[in-house]
Design a protein around this ligand. Structure first.
Ligand SMILES: O=C(O)CCC(=O)C(=O)O
Length: 286
C-alpha cells in the first residue's frame, strides 16, 4: 500500500465490507448518527472520529473541509493476529487514544540478536531542537541508542515486514528502527512523538514523510525494576516484557495530533532496559 501525505480517502470505503453495509443500511433507516457511532466504537473497535466521518459520508454530509487521511489499522476483535510470519497476541486495546499492547511480537532470539547487533554502535540519544530542528543532547533523554537503516539486515527486514502486516502500514512509511539502551537512572521524560507544526524546529521534520502517525515501542528485555513506559494523561503504565510491544496512534485520521499520547520511559532502577522504537510516518520516509 502506498500513501501520499495529503491524499483524500473515502472513510466509508476503508471500513470492512460488513461495516460498510451496516452503516449504509442504518443511515437509510434513519438511525441516529451518535448512537450508530457508539456501536461502531464499542463493537467494531473503530476510532470515534472515523466512525462519525464514515456515517457523515454515507448520509451525504461529509464535511468538505475534513481531509481524511490514511491511518494504520489493526484488526479489531482479535486476540491473535497473524502478522506475516508470526502470530502476535493482542493483550489489551484502548480506544482513545488508541493504545495496544502486543505480546509475542518478537522472539527471544530476535531480541537478543538486535541487542548484540547494535552493542558497539550505541551513542547518547538526542532530541529535536525547538529552534532549528537539529538533534541535540538533552537532560530529558539519557538513554543511548543506535539508528538502523530500513532493511539493514535480514532480521531488520523481517521485523519491518511483520510490523507492516500487523498495522497495515507500508514499510516505506517507517523510519529506521532505533535500538535504545537504558542503564540505571536513564530515562526519557514525558514527551510527544508527533512534531508540533507550530514550532519551527519540529516543523522542519514534517518535510520528510509528514507527521509521525504512530509509534511502536518493542521491548527487547525485561527490566528488574523501573523502566516502564507510562502515559501520564491517561494513567497507563506498561512494564517491559521481552518480546512484547506497545503501539500508540499519535494522530487521528483527520490528522490532528493527540495530546493524550504524552508518554515517558521511566527511570530504570535495576537491570538494563533495551527497546527498539519504530516511528511510522504519514507518507514515505526517504
Ligand atoms: O523507552 C520507552 O519506554 C519509551 C521510548 C519512547 O518514548 C520513544 O522512543 O519515543
Amino acid at each position: 500500500m502506498m500513501n501520499t501525505p495529503h491524499s483524500t480517502l473515502s472513510m466509508l470505503a476503508s471500513l470492512p465490507a460488513e461495516w460498510q453495509a451496516w452503516v449504509k443500511e442504518n443511515v437509510a433507516r434513519g438511525c441516529e448518527p451518535e448512537g450508530m457511532a457508539d456501536i461502531m466504537v464499542r463493537d467494531g473497535h473503530f476510532k470515534a472520529d472515523l466512525a462519525r466521518l464514515a456515517i457523515a459520508e454515507a448520509s451525504g454530509h461529509a464535511p468538505a473541509a475534513v481531509r481524511i487521511r490514511p491511518h494504520p489499522r489493526i484488526e479489531a476483535n482479535a486476540n491473535v493476529i497473524q502478522a506475516a510470519d508470526r502470530p502476535v497476541n493482542v493483550l489489551f486495546r484502548l480506544q482513545s487514544p488508541e493504545v495496544i499492547l502486543f505480546g509475542n511480537l518478537l522472539s527471544e532470539e530476535e531480541c537478543d540478536a538486535l541487542i548484540a547487533y547494535t552493542q558497539q554502535r550505541l551513542e547518547r540519544s538526542p532530541v529535536v531542537g525547538d529552534t532549528d530542528g537539529s538533534t541535540q543532547i538533552h537532560a530529558h533523554r539519557t538513554s543511548r541508542g543506535a539508528m538502523l537503516q530500513r532493511g539493514e539486515t535480514e532480521l531488520v527486514t523481517r521485523i519491518e515486514n511483520r510490523l507492516a502486516a500487523l498495522i497495515h502500514w507500508p514499510v516505506e512509511n517507517g523510519e529506521g528502527l532505533q535500538v535504545l539502551s537504558y542503564e540505571k537512572g536513564n530515562e526519557y521524560r514525558p514527551h510527544f512523538d508527533w512534531f508540533d507544526p507550530n514550532v519551527a524546529g519540529p516543523r522542519k521534520h514534517l518535510e520528510r514523510g509528514g507527521q509521525r502517525v504512530a509509534t511502536i515501542v518493542m521491548y527487547l528485555s525485561d527490566v528488574e525494576e523501573g523502566g516502564g513506559t507510562s502515559f501520564p494523561k491517561i494513567g497507563l503504565h506498561v512494564q517491559p516484557k521481552k518480546g512484547s510491544a506497545v503501539y500508540f496512534a499519535n494522530t487521528s485520521a483527520a490528522g490532528e495530533v493527540d495530546h493524550n499520547t504524552l508518554h515517558a520511559g521511566e527511570p530504570v532502577e535495576r537491570g538494563i532496559k533495551y527497546v527498539a522504537t519504530k516511528w511510522l510516518r504519514e507518507g514515505e520516509f526517504k
